[in-house]
Design a protein around this ligand. Sequence first.
Ligand code: TRP
Ligand code: ZN
Length: 467
Amino acid sequence: MSRSAPVVPALVLALVLAACDGGGGQGTPGGPGLRDPYFPKAGNGGYDVTHYDLRLAYDPGSRRLTGTAGITARATQDLSAFDLDLKGLDVRTVTVEGEQARWDRAGQELTVRPRDVLHDGETFQVTVRYAGTPLTLTDQDGSKEGWLPTADGAIALGEPTGSMTWFPGNHHPSDKATYDIAVTVPKGLTAVSDGEPSGETTAGGRTTFSWHTAEPMASYVATVAIGRYQVARSTVGGALPAYVAVDPARAKESRAVLAKLPEVMEWAETNFGPYPFSSTGVIVDRQDEVGYALETQNRPVFPGVLDTDTLVHELVHQWYGNSVTPRTWRDMWLSEGFATYAEWLWNEDQGGDSAQETFDSLYDGDYFGTAEADAAVWAFPPAKPSGAAYISDPPVYWRGAMVLQKIRQTVGDDTFYDIVQGWAAAHRHGNADTAQFTAYVERQAPDKDFGAIWRDWLYGDGKPPHR
Ligand code: TRP
Ligand code: ZN
Protein backbone atom coordinates (compact mmCIF):
# COMPACT_ATOMS: atom_id res chain seq x y z
CA MET A 1 0.00 0.00 0.00
CA SER A 2 1.43 3.39 -0.90
CA ARG A 3 0.45 6.50 0.90
CA SER A 4 1.60 10.04 0.49
CA ALA A 5 3.65 10.95 3.51
CA PRO A 6 1.97 13.60 5.63
CA VAL A 7 4.06 16.39 6.96
CA VAL A 8 4.70 15.32 10.53
CA PRO A 9 6.53 17.55 12.95
CA ALA A 10 9.78 15.89 13.92
CA LEU A 11 8.96 15.76 17.63
CA VAL A 12 5.63 13.96 17.05
CA LEU A 13 7.30 11.54 14.68
CA ALA A 14 9.96 10.79 17.27
CA LEU A 15 7.32 10.14 19.94
CA VAL A 16 5.37 7.84 17.62
CA LEU A 17 8.48 5.90 16.76
CA ALA A 18 9.40 5.64 20.43
CA ALA A 19 5.93 4.29 21.25
CA CYS A 20 6.25 1.61 18.58
CA ASP A 21 9.70 0.68 19.75
CA GLY A 22 10.18 -1.88 22.48
CA GLY A 23 11.29 -4.97 20.67
CA GLY A 24 7.89 -6.02 19.36
CA GLY A 25 7.63 -3.88 16.25
CA GLN A 26 4.26 -2.45 15.29
CA GLY A 27 2.09 -5.45 15.96
CA THR A 28 -0.83 -6.55 13.83
CA PRO A 29 -4.60 -6.62 14.39
CA GLY A 30 -5.83 -9.61 16.38
CA GLY A 31 -8.60 -10.38 13.93
CA PRO A 32 -12.41 -10.53 14.16
CA GLY A 33 -13.02 -14.23 14.90
CA LEU A 34 -11.64 -17.56 16.02
CA ARG A 35 -12.65 -19.54 12.93
CA ASP A 36 -15.41 -21.38 14.73
CA PRO A 37 -16.94 -23.73 12.13
CA TYR A 38 -20.44 -22.38 12.82
CA PHE A 39 -19.87 -18.88 14.21
CA PRO A 40 -16.71 -17.62 12.50
CA LYS A 41 -16.97 -14.13 13.99
CA ALA A 42 -17.56 -15.33 17.55
CA GLY A 43 -14.60 -14.53 19.72
CA ASN A 44 -11.56 -12.63 18.52
CA GLY A 45 -7.93 -13.31 17.80
CA GLY A 46 -4.79 -12.16 19.55
CA TYR A 47 -5.66 -12.26 23.24
CA ASP A 48 -7.17 -14.30 26.07
CA VAL A 49 -9.43 -12.77 28.66
CA THR A 50 -8.60 -13.75 32.22
CA HIS A 51 -11.19 -11.69 34.10
CA TYR A 52 -14.34 -9.64 33.48
CA ASP A 53 -15.39 -6.98 35.96
CA LEU A 54 -18.89 -5.95 34.89
CA ARG A 55 -20.73 -3.10 36.58
CA LEU A 56 -24.23 -2.84 35.27
CA ALA A 57 -27.29 -0.81 36.12
CA TYR A 58 -30.70 -1.74 34.76
CA ASP A 59 -34.03 -0.02 34.97
CA PRO A 60 -36.85 -2.41 34.01
CA GLY A 61 -39.21 0.53 33.47
CA SER A 62 -37.18 2.11 30.69
CA ARG A 63 -35.36 -1.15 29.78
CA ARG A 64 -32.17 0.80 29.84
CA LEU A 65 -28.84 -0.78 30.71
CA THR A 66 -25.75 1.20 31.65
CA GLY A 67 -22.51 -0.71 31.86
CA THR A 68 -18.83 -0.50 32.57
CA ALA A 69 -16.92 -3.57 31.46
CA GLY A 70 -13.44 -3.97 32.86
CA ILE A 71 -11.63 -6.65 30.93
CA THR A 72 -8.26 -8.09 31.93
CA ALA A 73 -6.62 -9.91 29.05
CA ARG A 74 -3.28 -11.30 27.96
CA ALA A 75 -2.00 -10.64 24.45
CA THR A 76 -1.08 -13.76 22.48
CA GLN A 77 0.67 -11.75 19.77
CA ASP A 78 1.92 -8.20 19.28
CA LEU A 79 -1.33 -6.29 18.86
CA SER A 80 -1.84 -3.03 17.02
CA ALA A 81 -5.60 -3.52 17.38
CA PHE A 82 -8.02 -6.08 18.74
CA ASP A 83 -11.75 -6.75 18.59
CA LEU A 84 -14.40 -7.30 21.21
CA ASP A 85 -17.81 -8.73 20.37
CA LEU A 86 -20.75 -6.45 21.17
CA LYS A 87 -24.19 -6.35 19.55
CA GLY A 88 -26.37 -3.28 19.94
CA LEU A 89 -25.87 -0.75 22.78
CA ASP A 90 -23.95 2.52 22.44
CA VAL A 91 -20.27 2.63 23.28
CA ARG A 92 -19.24 5.78 25.14
CA THR A 93 -15.55 5.39 25.80
CA VAL A 94 -12.87 2.75 25.56
CA THR A 95 -9.62 2.86 27.46
CA VAL A 96 -6.66 0.49 27.26
CA GLU A 97 -4.24 0.55 30.16
CA GLY A 98 -6.05 3.66 31.39
CA GLU A 99 -5.56 5.62 28.18
CA GLN A 100 -8.30 6.60 25.75
CA ALA A 101 -8.26 4.31 22.76
CA ARG A 102 -9.70 4.78 19.30
CA TRP A 103 -12.46 2.38 18.39
CA ASP A 104 -15.04 1.71 15.71
CA ARG A 105 -17.86 -0.71 15.19
CA ALA A 106 -18.97 -2.93 12.32
CA GLY A 107 -21.66 -5.51 13.00
CA GLN A 108 -20.77 -7.34 16.19
CA GLU A 109 -17.12 -6.30 16.04
CA LEU A 110 -15.93 -3.50 18.28
CA THR A 111 -12.41 -2.81 17.06
CA VAL A 112 -10.11 -1.13 19.56
CA ARG A 113 -6.85 0.57 18.59
CA PRO A 114 -4.75 1.13 21.68
CA ARG A 115 -2.39 4.07 21.74
CA ASP A 116 0.58 1.75 22.25
CA VAL A 117 1.19 -1.66 20.76
CA LEU A 118 0.38 -4.47 23.17
CA HIS A 119 3.16 -7.01 23.26
CA ASP A 120 2.83 -10.76 23.08
CA GLY A 121 2.42 -12.11 26.61
CA GLU A 122 1.52 -8.72 28.10
CA THR A 123 -1.46 -8.48 30.43
CA PHE A 124 -3.58 -5.44 29.70
CA GLN A 125 -6.67 -3.76 31.02
CA VAL A 126 -9.56 -2.58 28.84
CA THR A 127 -12.48 -0.52 30.10
CA VAL A 128 -15.58 -0.05 27.96
CA ARG A 129 -18.36 2.30 29.04
CA TYR A 130 -21.63 1.72 27.29
CA ALA A 131 -25.40 2.15 27.56
CA GLY A 132 -28.63 1.47 25.75
CA THR A 133 -31.50 -0.95 25.44
CA PRO A 134 -30.02 -4.43 25.14
CA LEU A 135 -31.23 -6.58 22.27
CA THR A 136 -33.13 -9.83 22.27
CA LEU A 137 -31.66 -12.02 19.52
CA THR A 138 -33.47 -14.54 17.37
CA ASP A 139 -31.14 -17.39 16.46
CA GLN A 140 -30.95 -19.16 13.15
CA ASP A 141 -33.05 -21.93 14.70
CA GLY A 142 -35.71 -19.41 15.75
CA SER A 143 -35.00 -19.47 19.48
CA LYS A 144 -34.68 -16.29 21.52
CA GLU A 145 -31.60 -15.40 23.51
CA GLY A 146 -29.63 -12.39 24.66
CA TRP A 147 -31.44 -9.91 26.89
CA LEU A 148 -34.98 -11.01 27.65
CA PRO A 149 -37.26 -8.57 29.48
CA THR A 150 -39.72 -10.12 31.94
CA ALA A 151 -42.79 -8.73 33.67
CA ASP A 152 -40.66 -7.35 36.52
CA GLY A 153 -37.09 -7.33 35.21
CA ALA A 154 -35.03 -9.29 32.71
CA ILE A 155 -32.96 -12.43 32.26
CA ALA A 156 -29.81 -12.74 30.18
CA LEU A 157 -29.27 -16.01 28.29
CA GLY A 158 -26.23 -16.41 26.10
CA GLU A 159 -26.27 -19.62 24.13
CA PRO A 160 -24.73 -19.49 21.63
CA THR A 161 -24.07 -15.76 21.06
CA GLY A 162 -26.46 -13.75 23.25
CA SER A 163 -23.99 -12.58 25.88
CA MET A 164 -22.65 -9.98 23.45
CA THR A 165 -25.98 -8.14 23.87
CA TRP A 166 -25.15 -7.14 27.45
CA PHE A 167 -21.37 -6.93 27.69
CA PRO A 168 -18.43 -6.59 25.31
CA GLY A 169 -16.05 -9.54 25.39
CA ASN A 170 -14.38 -12.46 23.74
CA HIS A 171 -17.60 -14.33 23.16
CA HIS A 172 -16.47 -17.82 22.23
CA PRO A 173 -16.58 -20.91 24.46
CA SER A 174 -12.83 -21.42 24.11
CA ASP A 175 -11.98 -18.29 26.12
CA LYS A 176 -13.07 -18.86 29.69
CA ALA A 177 -12.48 -16.33 32.44
CA THR A 178 -13.38 -15.45 36.02
CA TYR A 179 -16.02 -12.78 36.63
CA ASP A 180 -17.18 -10.12 39.01
CA ILE A 181 -20.67 -8.98 38.10
CA ALA A 182 -22.35 -6.14 39.97
CA VAL A 183 -25.88 -5.15 39.03
CA THR A 184 -27.69 -2.07 40.30
CA VAL A 185 -31.49 -2.26 40.23
CA PRO A 186 -34.38 -0.29 41.71
CA LYS A 187 -34.77 -1.04 45.42
CA GLY A 188 -37.14 -3.96 45.97
CA LEU A 189 -35.84 -5.95 43.03
CA THR A 190 -33.09 -8.57 43.23
CA ALA A 191 -30.27 -9.25 40.77
CA VAL A 192 -28.94 -12.80 40.68
CA SER A 193 -25.91 -13.97 38.75
CA ASP A 194 -23.28 -16.71 38.61
CA GLY A 195 -20.86 -17.61 41.39
CA GLU A 196 -21.41 -16.43 44.94
CA PRO A 197 -22.87 -13.22 46.38
CA SER A 198 -20.07 -10.78 47.25
CA GLY A 199 -21.97 -7.76 48.50
CA GLU A 200 -25.26 -5.92 48.62
CA THR A 201 -25.58 -2.18 49.17
CA THR A 202 -28.55 0.15 48.93
CA ALA A 203 -28.27 3.87 48.30
CA GLY A 204 -30.48 6.46 46.66
CA GLY A 205 -33.36 4.05 46.07
CA ARG A 206 -31.24 1.50 44.26
CA THR A 207 -29.58 -1.71 45.37
CA THR A 208 -26.36 -3.14 43.98
CA PHE A 209 -25.96 -6.91 44.06
CA SER A 210 -22.42 -8.19 43.53
CA TRP A 211 -21.50 -11.69 42.45
CA HIS A 212 -18.11 -13.33 42.19
CA THR A 213 -17.30 -16.26 39.90
CA ALA A 214 -13.95 -17.75 40.91
CA GLU A 215 -13.89 -20.67 38.48
CA PRO A 216 -13.41 -20.18 34.74
CA MET A 217 -16.69 -19.52 32.92
CA ALA A 218 -17.54 -19.44 29.22
CA SER A 219 -19.48 -16.28 28.43
CA TYR A 220 -22.43 -18.20 26.95
CA VAL A 221 -23.29 -19.54 30.41
CA ALA A 222 -22.95 -16.18 32.18
CA THR A 223 -26.28 -14.81 33.35
CA VAL A 224 -28.01 -11.99 35.13
CA ALA A 225 -31.56 -12.38 36.37
CA ILE A 226 -33.40 -9.31 37.61
CA GLY A 227 -36.82 -9.32 39.22
CA ARG A 228 -38.78 -10.01 42.34
CA TYR A 229 -37.57 -13.30 43.72
CA GLN A 230 -38.02 -15.42 46.78
CA VAL A 231 -34.44 -16.21 47.71
CA ALA A 232 -33.41 -19.28 49.70
CA ARG A 233 -29.84 -19.86 50.84
CA SER A 234 -28.85 -23.29 52.07
CA THR A 235 -26.06 -25.81 51.76
CA VAL A 236 -25.94 -29.08 49.90
CA GLY A 237 -24.06 -32.05 51.28
CA GLY A 238 -23.17 -30.03 54.35
CA ALA A 239 -20.79 -27.58 52.74
CA LEU A 240 -21.64 -26.44 49.23
CA PRO A 241 -23.57 -23.14 49.25
CA ALA A 242 -26.84 -23.20 47.34
CA TYR A 243 -28.66 -20.05 46.25
CA VAL A 244 -32.15 -20.51 44.84
CA ALA A 245 -34.17 -17.60 43.46
CA VAL A 246 -37.78 -18.15 42.45
CA ASP A 247 -40.35 -15.84 40.96
CA PRO A 248 -43.15 -15.81 43.56
CA ALA A 249 -45.67 -16.66 40.84
CA ARG A 250 -43.79 -19.93 40.22
CA ALA A 251 -42.97 -20.78 43.83
CA LYS A 252 -45.80 -23.19 44.52
CA GLU A 253 -45.50 -25.29 41.39
CA SER A 254 -41.68 -25.37 41.64
CA ARG A 255 -41.43 -26.43 45.27
CA ALA A 256 -41.44 -30.21 44.87
CA VAL A 257 -38.80 -30.26 42.13
CA LEU A 258 -36.61 -27.66 43.85
CA ALA A 259 -36.63 -29.84 46.97
CA LYS A 260 -34.72 -32.43 44.93
CA LEU A 261 -31.71 -30.16 44.38
CA PRO A 262 -29.60 -31.77 47.16
CA GLU A 263 -30.49 -35.28 46.06
CA VAL A 264 -29.71 -34.60 42.40
CA MET A 265 -26.41 -32.91 43.29
CA GLU A 266 -25.32 -35.83 45.46
CA TRP A 267 -26.38 -38.35 42.82
CA ALA A 268 -24.45 -36.41 40.17
CA GLU A 269 -21.30 -36.31 42.33
CA THR A 270 -21.51 -40.05 42.84
CA ASN A 271 -21.76 -40.65 39.11
CA PHE A 272 -19.64 -37.88 37.59
CA GLY A 273 -17.15 -37.01 40.34
CA PRO A 274 -16.57 -33.91 42.47
CA TYR A 275 -18.75 -30.90 41.66
CA PRO A 276 -16.50 -28.44 39.80
CA PHE A 277 -17.84 -25.15 41.20
CA SER A 278 -18.01 -23.39 44.56
CA SER A 279 -21.79 -22.96 44.73
CA THR A 280 -24.97 -24.30 43.20
CA GLY A 281 -28.56 -23.18 42.89
CA VAL A 282 -31.44 -22.50 40.54
CA ILE A 283 -33.21 -19.46 39.09
CA VAL A 284 -36.90 -19.84 38.25
CA ASP A 285 -38.51 -16.95 36.41
CA ARG A 286 -41.36 -16.23 34.01
CA GLN A 287 -40.35 -15.49 30.44
CA ASP A 288 -42.87 -16.59 27.86
CA GLU A 289 -40.72 -16.22 24.75
CA VAL A 290 -38.05 -18.65 25.96
CA GLY A 291 -39.00 -22.28 25.61
CA TYR A 292 -35.87 -23.78 27.11
CA ALA A 293 -33.87 -23.86 30.31
CA LEU A 294 -30.19 -22.94 30.21
CA GLU A 295 -27.29 -24.35 32.21
CA THR A 296 -26.03 -20.93 33.32
CA GLN A 297 -23.00 -21.47 35.52
CA ASN A 298 -23.57 -22.40 39.17
CA ARG A 299 -27.32 -21.91 38.83
CA PRO A 300 -29.32 -22.80 35.74
CA VAL A 301 -32.19 -20.58 34.63
CA PHE A 302 -35.65 -22.04 34.14
CA PRO A 303 -37.83 -19.51 32.36
CA GLY A 304 -41.03 -20.99 33.80
CA VAL A 305 -41.14 -24.75 33.56
CA LEU A 306 -39.23 -26.90 36.03
CA ASP A 307 -39.36 -30.66 35.95
CA THR A 308 -36.98 -33.17 37.48
CA ASP A 309 -35.49 -34.40 34.19
CA THR A 310 -34.64 -30.86 33.16
CA LEU A 311 -33.19 -30.11 36.59
CA VAL A 312 -30.96 -33.19 36.24
CA HIS A 313 -30.02 -32.13 32.71
CA GLU A 314 -29.03 -28.56 33.62
CA LEU A 315 -27.18 -29.55 36.79
CA VAL A 316 -25.14 -32.21 35.00
CA HIS A 317 -24.19 -29.57 32.42
CA GLN A 318 -22.13 -28.03 35.23
CA TRP A 319 -19.74 -30.98 34.78
CA TYR A 320 -20.20 -31.39 31.01
CA GLY A 321 -20.53 -28.09 29.21
CA ASN A 322 -19.56 -25.62 31.92
CA SER A 323 -16.48 -27.25 33.46
CA VAL A 324 -15.51 -29.36 30.44
CA THR A 325 -16.55 -26.87 27.77
CA PRO A 326 -16.82 -27.63 24.05
CA ARG A 327 -13.83 -26.19 22.20
CA THR A 328 -16.03 -24.97 19.34
CA TRP A 329 -19.76 -25.05 18.62
CA ARG A 330 -19.15 -28.19 16.59
CA ASP A 331 -18.37 -30.05 19.83
CA MET A 332 -21.76 -29.23 21.32
CA TRP A 333 -22.71 -32.92 21.62
CA LEU A 334 -20.01 -33.27 24.32
CA SER A 335 -22.25 -30.99 26.35
CA GLU A 336 -25.79 -31.93 25.27
CA GLY A 337 -25.19 -35.64 24.72
CA PHE A 338 -23.83 -36.00 28.27
CA ALA A 339 -26.60 -33.93 29.88
CA THR A 340 -29.24 -35.93 28.02
CA TYR A 341 -27.57 -39.22 28.90
CA ALA A 342 -27.57 -38.13 32.55
CA GLU A 343 -31.38 -37.92 32.40
CA TRP A 344 -31.45 -41.53 31.21
CA LEU A 345 -29.12 -42.61 34.02
CA TRP A 346 -31.23 -40.74 36.57
CA ASN A 347 -34.37 -42.52 35.39
CA GLU A 348 -32.56 -45.86 35.39
CA ASP A 349 -31.36 -45.27 38.95
CA GLN A 350 -34.86 -44.22 40.02
CA GLY A 351 -36.22 -47.58 38.84
CA GLY A 352 -37.68 -46.22 35.60
CA ASP A 353 -36.60 -47.17 32.09
CA SER A 354 -32.99 -48.24 31.82
CA ALA A 355 -30.69 -46.22 29.58
CA GLN A 356 -30.66 -49.22 27.21
CA GLU A 357 -34.47 -49.16 27.06
CA THR A 358 -34.43 -45.45 26.26
CA PHE A 359 -31.80 -46.11 23.59
CA ASP A 360 -33.90 -48.94 22.14
CA SER A 361 -37.04 -46.88 21.91
CA LEU A 362 -35.13 -44.14 20.10
CA TYR A 363 -33.59 -46.70 17.75
CA ASP A 364 -37.00 -48.27 17.13
CA GLY A 365 -38.58 -44.89 16.44
CA ASP A 366 -41.15 -44.97 19.21
CA TYR A 367 -39.67 -42.44 21.61
CA PHE A 368 -41.23 -39.07 20.77
CA GLY A 369 -44.62 -40.27 19.59
CA THR A 370 -44.52 -38.94 16.04
CA ALA A 371 -42.66 -40.44 13.11
CA GLU A 372 -41.32 -37.02 12.19
CA ALA A 373 -39.80 -36.35 15.61
CA ASP A 374 -38.34 -39.84 15.84
CA ALA A 375 -36.80 -39.51 12.38
CA ALA A 376 -35.22 -36.16 13.28
CA VAL A 377 -32.72 -37.96 15.54
CA TRP A 378 -31.00 -39.28 12.38
CA ALA A 379 -30.88 -35.98 10.47
CA PHE A 380 -27.11 -35.59 10.83
CA PRO A 381 -24.26 -37.06 12.87
CA PRO A 382 -23.85 -35.56 16.36
CA ALA A 383 -20.22 -34.58 15.82
CA LYS A 384 -21.02 -32.77 12.56
CA PRO A 385 -24.18 -30.61 12.79
CA SER A 386 -25.38 -29.46 9.37
CA GLY A 387 -24.96 -25.78 10.19
CA ALA A 388 -25.33 -23.11 12.85
CA ALA A 389 -29.12 -23.45 12.77
CA TYR A 390 -28.85 -27.08 13.90
CA ILE A 391 -26.51 -27.07 16.89
CA SER A 392 -29.42 -27.53 19.33
CA ASP A 393 -31.21 -30.13 17.20
CA PRO A 394 -32.20 -33.69 18.23
CA PRO A 395 -29.09 -35.50 16.89
CA VAL A 396 -26.85 -33.41 19.16
CA TYR A 397 -28.92 -34.31 22.23
CA TRP A 398 -30.36 -37.79 21.68
CA ARG A 399 -28.00 -39.33 19.20
CA GLY A 400 -25.16 -37.81 21.22
CA ALA A 401 -26.53 -39.63 24.28
CA MET A 402 -26.81 -42.81 22.22
CA VAL A 403 -23.06 -42.60 21.50
CA LEU A 404 -22.47 -42.76 25.25
CA GLN A 405 -24.74 -45.78 25.57
CA LYS A 406 -22.78 -47.46 22.74
CA ILE A 407 -19.57 -46.86 24.71
CA ARG A 408 -21.19 -48.28 27.85
CA GLN A 409 -22.31 -51.38 25.92
CA THR A 410 -18.73 -51.84 24.74
CA VAL A 411 -16.83 -51.35 28.00
CA GLY A 412 -19.31 -52.30 30.74
CA ASP A 413 -20.43 -50.22 33.69
CA ASP A 414 -17.21 -50.04 35.71
CA THR A 415 -15.06 -48.74 32.89
CA PHE A 416 -17.91 -46.55 31.63
CA TYR A 417 -18.18 -44.66 34.93
CA ASP A 418 -14.38 -44.42 35.07
CA ILE A 419 -14.49 -42.87 31.62
CA VAL A 420 -17.15 -40.25 32.32
CA GLN A 421 -15.57 -39.31 35.67
CA GLY A 422 -12.07 -39.37 34.25
CA TRP A 423 -13.10 -37.19 31.32
CA ALA A 424 -14.61 -34.61 33.69
CA ALA A 425 -11.43 -34.67 35.80
CA ALA A 426 -9.01 -34.56 32.87
CA HIS A 427 -10.54 -31.41 31.36
CA ARG A 428 -11.92 -29.78 34.51
CA HIS A 429 -12.31 -26.03 33.91
CA GLY A 430 -10.98 -26.41 30.37
CA ASN A 431 -12.11 -27.00 26.81
CA ALA A 432 -12.20 -30.22 24.85
CA ASP A 433 -13.15 -31.43 21.41
CA THR A 434 -14.50 -34.63 19.90
CA ALA A 435 -11.11 -35.96 18.78
CA GLN A 436 -9.81 -35.61 22.34
CA PHE A 437 -12.84 -37.49 23.61
CA THR A 438 -12.49 -40.45 21.26
CA ALA A 439 -8.76 -40.65 22.00
CA TYR A 440 -9.50 -40.54 25.73
CA VAL A 441 -12.04 -43.38 25.49
CA GLU A 442 -9.60 -45.48 23.48
CA ARG A 443 -6.88 -44.97 26.08
CA GLN A 444 -9.20 -46.05 28.89
CA ALA A 445 -10.19 -49.27 27.11
CA PRO A 446 -7.24 -50.18 24.87
CA ASP A 447 -8.50 -53.72 24.28
CA LYS A 448 -11.79 -52.56 22.75
CA ASP A 449 -12.55 -51.50 19.19
CA PHE A 450 -14.52 -48.27 18.93
CA GLY A 451 -14.03 -47.82 15.19
CA ALA A 452 -17.60 -48.63 14.19
CA ILE A 453 -19.07 -46.45 16.95
CA TRP A 454 -17.10 -43.44 15.85
CA ARG A 455 -17.73 -44.12 12.17
CA ASP A 456 -21.45 -44.92 12.32
CA TRP A 457 -22.74 -43.18 15.46
CA LEU A 458 -20.56 -40.12 15.85
CA TYR A 459 -19.59 -39.12 12.32
CA GLY A 460 -21.79 -41.19 9.99
CA ASP A 461 -24.75 -39.87 7.99
CA GLY A 462 -28.10 -41.53 8.49
CA LYS A 463 -29.29 -44.10 10.98
CA PRO A 464 -26.51 -46.51 11.98
CA PRO A 465 -27.15 -50.01 10.63
CA HIS A 466 -26.77 -51.81 13.95
CA ARG A 467 -27.95 -50.98 17.43
N1 TRP B 1 -28.68 -25.81 25.84
C1 TRP B 1 -29.92 -25.74 26.60
C2 TRP B 1 -30.01 -27.03 27.37
O1 TRP B 1 -30.09 -28.07 26.82
C3 TRP B 1 -31.14 -25.57 25.76
C4 TRP B 1 -31.08 -24.59 24.68
C5 TRP B 1 -30.42 -23.42 24.64
C6 TRP B 1 -31.79 -24.68 23.46
N2 TRP B 1 -30.66 -22.78 23.45
C7 TRP B 1 -31.50 -23.53 22.73
C8 TRP B 1 -32.64 -25.63 22.91
C9 TRP B 1 -32.04 -23.32 21.46
C10 TRP B 1 -33.18 -25.42 21.67
C11 TRP B 1 -32.88 -24.27 20.96
O2 TRP B 1 -29.94 -27.03 28.55
ZN1 ZN C 1 -28.58 -29.12 27.56
